[in-house]
Design a binder for this molecule. Structure first.
Ligand code: XUL
Ligand code: CO
Length: 437
């Protein structure tokens, strides 16, 4: 008897179902634009929020009492894995993601850490082959331990940089052996709290060197998945170097890694950066660095990373319009980097949170599909840029004309272009009118 055994497996029952423990929209086999809904979404449960955290916050300890709560011993790590894979299977989500620190007992030394990780890797390998649940990505926790208070790759002390290298090598190799499809690097404390004590240039150079080492090692061991940087503008540090997608792309270019490294975009991190999620997604595709998604939402009135489960499909529809138009996430997926509220102490809250989040994503995909099938938005947008398809537009974009040539041409043609409507309200109404179920 597991803690989850009263519920599940969760099934698709359709929009008329009143069963809290059923999908109303997420029918994984439903074909959307030639591909199954489940294959567009590649749903992923985050180990840390759902199986390693206890509901604590800055003002009080954990509130969720689970059989696996408390300090992690190796035995508890195994019990945690049993519970986690039972939940994944009952929920019907095909992937999971984890940090090294989520799954192993705290270690006093690096060799002990590596040894603990190897033991849990063996447990995970067995679970993966028994259940068919796959690893979307692995990552190293380089931010919780006090040694990382001043960062990992950007730490003023090279010994910390070296310790972090030891941790990353171990979990990257574990991720590879477990068939992980990506490897994620969120810049936990790669940033600063005050510039007064910070050598910004040195720290960025060190971060670039670290990333190059990770990429070199990935190739050495034959890991085929992409390395993904996860942008976030601040928290825990006052300024995080991987601020947003554009900042990450500039950093990758500077270090010659723009063809090697992609991004893992998190909804709540975009919100904190004062950017729309669809902006981050669209920018990543435009730069050719779209990797994967951390799905959650912030709170409109809180200025921090509340990591709530999503529940508003219309908010997510513009991002899905872009994702569907771009052909999907490839090796990426939708990882619920989202946590229950501190008062949500019941184990069933975990089901409700994921089911609602999954149905919300499914609604966004179906709404975006409807927009695409209607063709109206694409037609309007194409018409808006039609001038660039004319010989005149192509000549300008082609790069042959100088500024002076073009200035003379504008006079010769007697150009006097007038403002045309951007029709924002019409575009917005198309999104609203195509909301599904
Ligand atoms: C923190 C965050 C992390 C990363 C993985 O804001 O999003 O959980 O996703 O380290
Ligand atoms: Co995240």
């Amino acid at each position: 008897m597991s803690i989850f055994s009263e519920v599940g497996p969760i099934k698709y029952e359709g929009p008329d179902s009143t069963n809290d423990f059923a999908y109303k929209v997420y029918d994984k086999d439903r074909v959307v634009l030639g591909k199954k809904l489940g294959d567009w979404l590649r749903l992923t449960v985050a180990y840390w929020h759902s199986f390693a955290a206890g509901g604590g916050d800055m003002f009080g300890p954990g509130t969720w009492t689970r059989p696996w709560s408390g300090n992690v011993t190796q035995e508890m790590a195994a019990a945690r894995a049993d519970a986690a894979f039972d939940f994944f299977t009952r929920l019907g989500t095909p992937y999971f993601a984890f940090h090294d620190a989520d799954v192993i007992a705290d270690a006093a030394t690096l060799p002990e850490h590596i040894d603990n990780l190897k033991k849990i890797e063996d447990i995970f390998a067995k679970k993966i082959s028994e259940t068919g649940v796959k690893l979307l990505w692995g990552t190293a926790n380089l931010f919780s331990h006090p040694r990382y208070a001043a960062g990992a790759a950007t730490n003023p002390n090279p010994e910390v940089f070296a310790y972090a290298a030891g941790q990353v090598r171990a979990i990257l190799e574990t991720t590879h052996r477990l068939g992980g499809e990506n490897y994620v690097m969120w810049g936990g404390r790669e940033g600063y709290d005050t510039l007064l004590n910070t050598d910004l240039k040195a720290e960025l150079d060190h971060m670039g060197r670290f990333l190059n080492m990770v990429v070199e090692h990935k190739h050495k061991i034959g890991f085929k998945g992409p390395i993904l940087i996860e942008p976030k503008p601040f928290e825990p540090t006052k300024h995080q170097y991987d601020h947003d997608v554009a900042a990450v792309y500039a950093f990758l270019q500077k270090h010659g890694l723009e063809k090697e490294v992609k991004v893992n975009i998190e909804v709540n991190h975009a919100t904190l950066a004062n950017l729309d999620f669809e902006h981050e997604v669209t920018a990543a595709y435009a730069f050719g660095i779209m990797g994967s998604l951390d799905i959650n939402r912030g709170d409109p009135r809180s200025g921090w990373d509340t990591d709530q489960f999503p529940n508003n499909a219309q908010d997510l529809t513009p991002a899905w319009l872009e994702i569907l138009n771009q052909g999907g996430l490839h090796t990426g997926g939708c990882n619920f980097d989202a946590k229950l509220r501190r008062q949500s102490v019941d184990i069933n809250d975990l089901y409700i949170a994921h089911i609602t989040g999954i149905d919300t994503l499914a609604r966004a995909v179906l709404s975006a599909e409807s927009v695409i099938k209607q063709k109206k938005l694409a037609t309007l947008k194409a018409a808006r840029y039609a001038g660039w398809e004319t010989p005149f537009g192509k000549e300008i974009a082609g790069g042959k004309l100088t500024l002076a040539d073009l200035a003379d041409l504008a006079v010769k043609k007697g150009l006097n272009p007038k403002a045309v409507s951007g029709q924002q309200e019409l575009y917005e109404s198309i999104i609203a009118q195509n909301q599904k179920v």
